[in-house]
Design a protein around this ligand. Structure first.
Ligand code: FAD
Ligand code: NAP
Ligand code: SF4
Length: 679
């Protein structure tokens, strides 16, 4: 065992069984549950994580009955046939020396189908479906369904189950007065409202016996009003243990909460103070291990959290999409080789949200273990990759991993391409980890890196390369309008990368991902909110005393931007329509909270000493600004293509060089890796 992470790598004795370390791989719905050949793929996915050393894996949520499904075709476990389909998963995890629990998830009013139910008939703000309020008999039936589901999970070979009691799902809906207005045995007093989860745990324990892990995911901070507080979390934890739980896991924030809880701008370990507060308040009243979670993404952070006593175990979910060998690398003292989850949500949650199989921006193999593998190539080739942005880095490292001889040319003095701009945006510093990872992979797989080398087509043609990959990225689009050369005008590259100064009043031209990021950059308070949970909590109105119901400070007034910023776009559709599915709302809320003005349906006329001249609905006006920052999209950089092809080179285009529209690092990295395995 590495001495660097003694707390993280210490075994955890659960009485009837022992976990090999303090790492719980948190539940994630991967979409494999419903995919063709999904169970075989799921088995490969989880087995790889078990081989990588995870202490206890928790699967994505499986519903205990039809009403509890995520959507109409969401996965369910109600009979033996279903249970048997899970057998390869549990078998392969056990073969790798791992342990795995199945999460039982009843979505309640979050269910996106006509059969959704709730404690009361109150529609969720994030769902169009109105739930049917469960009758007394149906509540009892649901409890039985949880128990049957757990028994079937045991038959399927699972070592335990996680009862999902947080994130605003059915159990949470029973506990919070916000969603429970019943006046029977299951509503009214707190004792009545927690009866539902307590009866579920008792029933599961009863049917599964004493030697079965029961994790209860307890909502410790709801982040919605008219919900729980610390006293209630304490009371619930005591009752949950008494009812038979083996482990208590932390849940932070309902899905409908308007406070970011897992996105990149949330500080690392940004909510472990919640588990710590509960743990300290509980004292000896609860003996079972407490698990903490949210934005723990390196072994160093996990070790720190455990060493200072925030919890007994850490839950990390997305970090195991990013790197299946996270634990093994920590054990071997190779943490600098860990591909770190940057909390972008772009390939995991954003995919799940639109019904696509999930993957990972930094690791396109995630959930594709059966089809994307960097195995030794039959013929070793000489490959040139031009451009060390994410696309080029991915292609170069994956090609070298397959055994090819790779030269990577980069015009700039460092690797990263546009990620060097992205990582300077407040709250996007995690991209530094991606570059650290690629830097180490270039070395590990022996890629010849030529920095500060703007390679020409002639040089490439003379180099005798079997394949030439153009990962040369994009060029910012410069709109053709009078005054575009005025000294007030600069591009996002000038602003963020080159650090050119800007005045107090700024217009941002273009409201795509980059326009939003630039607005955040310009309006930033330059505090430590992205690193310090206390500052972050203050900015988002979180009550760190946990005394307020739901954990929100009443009438919180967010701070406004010190600069006067106007965000502009030509189109008339909604602002932020192209932003990430599960994180776009955070950018939108941030921009609004900071008082940034938004004007859509704009025609740009000219820039002069007066400022930016625009017309909106046929009316001309002048924005009296000191600067105009252009964020008007980009065009592919294919400068070398023609000459190379004419010279007979085998040319491949990836990332921005291939297609600039809807480009992001996810596509660039994915394309790079997928091309590499074809060489
Ligand atoms: P690039 O990153 O543009 O890299 C191309 C490289 O090629 C450059 O380094 C360039 O110097 C080099 N090059 C060009 N010609 C030559 C030559 N002849 N010889 C040698 N080298 C050459 N994406 C996300 O997925 N998530 C985000 O949150 C995100 N945030 C962003 C925020 C900002 C402010 C910006 C600007 C971008 C953001 N992006 C984000 C987009 C992402 O950075 C790009 O989509 C991605 O970098 C494109 O990768 P690429 O490899 O195609 O090209
Ligand atoms: P984008 O999303 O395509 O937005 C470009 C903006 O420029 C749009 O607002 C467009 O809107 C405007 N525009 C286009 N042509 C113009 C012209 N000739 N004159 C004036 N305005 C013009 O592109 P982007 O913001 O440059 O981002 C590039 C890529 O990086 C995106 O595809 C994005 O996925 C990625 N990115 C991702 C993130 C993330 O968090 N996931 C963050 C940043 C960037 P109008 O036509 O309405 O004016
Ligand atoms: Fe983490 Fe982004 Fe990968 Fe999701 S897609 S696992 S958030 S790096």
């Amino acid at each position: 065992m590495s001495s660097k992470y003694p707390h993280l790598l210490a075994p955890l004795d659960l009485g009837f069984t022992t976990l090999r370390n303090r790492v719980l791989m948190g539940s994630m719905h991967t979409g494999l549950e419903e995919a063709e050949n999904g169970y075989a793929r799921m088995a490969a996915f989880y087995a790889e994580r078990a081989r990588g050393g995870v202490g206890l894996i928790v699967t994505g949520g499986i519903a205990p009955n039809e009403a509890g499904r995520v959507h109409e075709h969401g996965s369910i476990m109600v009979d033996q046939a279903e249970a048997m389909r899970h057998r390869p998963v549990t078998q392969q995890v056990h073969d790798e020396g791992g342990k795995i629990a199945m999460q039982i998830l009843h979505t309640g009013r979050y269910g996106y189908h006509k059969k959704s139910v709730g404690a009361s008939e109150i529609r969720a703000p994030i769902n169009v479906m109105r739930p049917h309020a469960l009758t007394h008999d149906e509540v009892l039936e649901t409890i039985r369904d949880f128990a049957t589901c757990a028994a079937l999970a045991r038959e399927a070979g699972y070592d335990g189950v996680e009862v999902m009691g947080s994130e605003g799902y059915l159990i949470n809906q029973f506990i919070a007065p916000r969603t429970n207005t019943r006046d029977d045995d299951w509503g009214g007093s707190f004792e009545n409202r927690i009866r539902f989860p307590i009866e579920i745990i008792k029933a599961v324990r009863e049917i599964c016996g004493p030697d079965f892990i029961i994790i209860y995911r307890l909502s410790m901070l709801d982040l919605v009003d008219n919900a729980g507080d610390l006293d209630q979390a304490v009371q619930l934890a005591v009752e949950v243990e008494k009812a038979g739980a083996t482990i208590i896991n932390t849940g932070i924030g309902w899905h409908e909460a308007r406070v970011p809880t897992i996105a990149m701008m949330v500080p690392r370990a940004g909510f472990t103070w919640v588990t710590k507060t509960l743990k300290e308040t509980l004292g000896d009243r609860v003996k079972v291990p407490l698990v903490t979670s949210n934005r723990i993404n390196t072994p160093e952070i996990a070790e720190m959290v455990l060493a200072r006593g925030d919890a007994d175990m850490v839950s990390m979910a997305r970090p195991f999409l990013a790197d299946s060998d996270f634990v093994q690398k920590a054990i071997e003292g190779r943490s600098e080789e860990i591909n770190t989850c940057i909390a972008c949500n772009q390939a995991c949650l954003d995919h799940t949200f639109v019904g696509k199989v999930c993957s990972c921006l930094v690791n396109p193999r995630a959930c594709h273990e059966t089809e994307l593998n960097m195995t030794p190539a039959a013929t070793k080739k000489k490959i040139a990759v031009v451009g060390a942005g994410p696309g080029g880095l991915s292609c170069a490292t994956a090609s070298a991993e397959c055994g090819h001889k790779v030269t990577l040319f980069e015009a700039a003095d460092d690797i990263g391409g546009q990620l060097n701009i992205a990582r300077r945006i407040p709250g996007k510093m995690e991209f530094n980890e991606t570059l650290r990872y690629f830097r180490n992979m270039l070395k590990k797989f022996g890629v010849e890196l030529k920095l500060g080398h703007r390679v020409t087509a002639a040089e490439l043609l003379a180099g005798g390369f079997d394949e030439v990959v153009l990962a040369t990225g994009v060029k910012p689009r410069i709109p053709n309008m009078p005054g575009i050369d005025h000294e007030k005008v600069l591009t996002y590259v000038d602003l963020v990368l080159k650090g050119k100064p800007v005045g107090q009043k700024v217009a941002v031209m273009g409201a795509g991902g980059i326009g939003y990021d630039v607005s955040v950059y310009l309006s930033d308070f330059e505090d430590d909110a992205h690193e310090n949970p206390t500052t972050f909590a203050a900015e988002w109105g979180i009550d760190t005393s946990l005394e307020e119901k739901g954990g929100l400070i009443p009438d919180h007034e967010p701070e406004k931007s010190k600069r006067e910023i106007t965000l502009l776009k030509r189109s008339k559709n909604k602002f932020g329509a192209t932003l990430g599915k599960t994180t776009g709302w955070i950018h939108k809320v941030t921009i609004d909270q900071r008082g940034i003005e938004k004007i859509g349906g704009v025609s740009y006329e000219k820039v002069d000493d007066q400022g930016l001249h625009i017309s909106v609905k046929g009316e001309s006006k002048v924005l009296d600004v000191d600067n105009v920052v252009i964020c008007a999209g980009q065009t592919p950089n294919r400068d070398l293509q023609e000459e190379l092809e004419q010279g007979g080179a085998k040319v491949h285009l990836i990332g921005g060089a291939d297609e600039a529209s809807e480009l992001d690092a996810k596509r660039a990295i994915d394309q790079g890796a997928r091309l590499a395995v074809t060489f």
